[in-house]
Design a protein around this ligand. Structure first.
Ligand SMILES: Cc1cc2nc3c(=O)[nH]c(=O)nc-3n(C[C@H](O)[C@H](O)[C@H](O)COP(=O)(O)O)c2cc1C
Length: 458
């Protein structure tokens, strides 16, 4: 099946191939930078090494998340967060100069940016990188980010997606306003419910026409939005059965949106802990977990749910008898649950920990392990597992957060990639020079009039 007939088909057809991206959160904790040779997350040199390793492993994309404000807890930055890295687009523009093929994906939210400005900045990255830029569209779901902006507050969930739709269509209209690749470009005058723009694009089309669109957001509204707008969805479902379910769901939503069954690719967030043998990988995982959930992290994790300081509690002792402060726990302030549910869950957790004889640290370790998205095993066993994902088309690839830099990525590039290539499920060279080429995506075909019509409806 050709790329074009696949794109138009209303039947899902697996490509039998996988592609990798490497993902760094904007503001994060974990073990990523903890090795002596990791370097600093604010140093260009650390990222140069990482992106060049990923490119050596023929990764499709280098992906930066975005966090515009640290989570706070009881008036101070949350103990689980570390200060983030330099701004994504600045870093990616610098990385464009030391790479030739890898895609450069900037996470940018639609809630606190403006469409004409962001469209111009993304066009700049696309031109500087000769057609390798992508925008990971997020709506950002928290009030503590809103407090950092002049307009304050934040939009409720449904409103965020209505804004996002108008935002993306406005940006696309700006990119699509060229009559031909050389021009002229039309003026875009749009007065919609959400945005007003009066702009003529200042930059021509890039080598890949316009930036590739990724989307990350998992609610039904988020998935429908991705089905209408995205080229690739950054999903949260790496486990096999969940990935297959997610594919079915997304295919149905894409068809419903009037696009083909193969129109949207899927790359779930994932981690890999690999070694020559299964036993060595399991031991490595134990070690990584012990680094991730140290005494301070264990107590800070519970504080998110208790809404109060718990530093006087022994991480190796039982869960706190004291109750959560209900009015301080809110998911918009970085907590996993809020309101009356807090007390109920605290009771449940205390009972579970007591029953199993678990300390705070052991309980937090076991709880976070349940949400674990890690593939752990020998290089060959994990390659077999991934080949099955490729065979059934559960995903198009994986967006990988290395657990430790540089060895977590070196393991993948030096050992997993060759195993996958042997199984015929991973590229042996870059297909082309643009991100769109390397992902096998169609070039959008839309006239300036069609683009104007799409945004007028919003
Ligand atoms: C895999 C994944 C990665 C995300 N990365 C970011 C990010 O880097 N920055 C951000 O502000 N939001 C990020 N989000 C959150 C989304 O912006 C969105 O606000 C959130 O998922 C709530 O929308 P939903 O209810 O549709 O899932 C991410 C979401 C997912 C599922």
């Amino acid at each position: 099946m050709t790329q074009q007939s696949r794109a138009q088909s209303d039947v899902f057809v697996p490509t039998g191939q996988l592609q990798f991206g490497v993902f760094f959160q904007g503001v994060n904790s974990g073990t990523i930078w903890k090795a002596a040779e990791s370097g600093s997350q604010t140093d260009f040199e650390s990222f140069r090494r990482i992106v060049q390793t990923a490119e050596r492993g023929l990764f499709a994309a280098f992906f930066l998340g975005e966090g515009l404000r640290l989570r706070e807890h009881l008036g101070r930055p949350h103990a689980l967060d570390v200060v983030g890295r330099p701004d994504a687009q600045t870093m990616l523009a610098a990385l464009a100069s030391v790479t030739t093929n890898i895609g450069l994906v900037a996470t940018q939210n639609t809630t606190y940016n403006d469409p004409a400005d962001l469209a111009h900045r993304l066009s700049s990255l696309d031109l500087i990188s000769r057609g390798r830029a992508a925008w990971n569209i997020v709506t950002t779901d928290n009030a503590w980010t809103g407090a950092n902006f002049r307009r304050g507050g934040y939009l409720d969930h449904a409103d965020r997606y209505r804004h996002a739709e108008a935002f993306v269509e406005t940006a696309k209209r700006i990119w699509d306003s060229w009559e031909t690749a050389e021009g002229p470009a039309r003026n875009v005058l749009h007065e919609g419910q959400h945005y007003t723009v009066d702009v003529t694009p200042r930059l021509p089309r890039s080598a890949q026409y316009r930036p590739v669109l990724f989307q990350a957001g998992d609610s039904p509204e988020g998935r429908d939005f991705a089905a209408r707008q995205a080229d690739v969805i950054f999903s949260a479902h790496p486990k096999f059965d969940a990935a297959v379910e997610f594919r079915k769901d997304l295919v149905a939503r894409s068809l419903n949106a009037g696009r083909g069954a193969n129109a949207v690719q899927i790359m779930p967030a994932s981690e890999f802990i690999l070694a020559p043998t299964a036993d060595e990988a399991a031991a490595k995982k134990e070690w990584v977990r012990s680094l991730q959930i140290g005494p301070q992290q264990a107590v800070a994790y519970l504080e998110q749910f208790w809404g109060r300081e718990l530093s006087e509690y022994d991480p190796d002792g039982p869960l706190p008898e004291i109750d959560p402060v209900v009015e301080e726990t809110s998911e918009t302030r970085g907590s996993g649950f809020h309101g009356a549910k807090a007390r109920q869950l605290a009771d449940q957790w205390r009972a579970e920990a007591k029953d199993k004889g678990l300390s705070i640290r052991q309980f937090v370790t076991s709880r976070t392990a349940r949400m674990d998205a890690t593939f752990t095993g020998s290089y060959s066993a994990v390659a077999d597992q991934l080949a099955e994902y490729a065979r059934v088309g559960a995903v198009d690839g994986f967006n990988i957060s290395p657990w430790l830099i540089p060895s977590g990525l070196d393991d993948i590039v030096n050992h997993l990639v060759p195993e996958l290539q042997e199984r015929g499920v991973y590229p042996t060279e870059y297909r082309g020079s643009t991100l769109r080429d390397n992902l096998g995506l169609e070039t959008p075909v839309r006239t300036a009039d069609e683009a104007a019509e799409a945004v007028r409806a919003l």
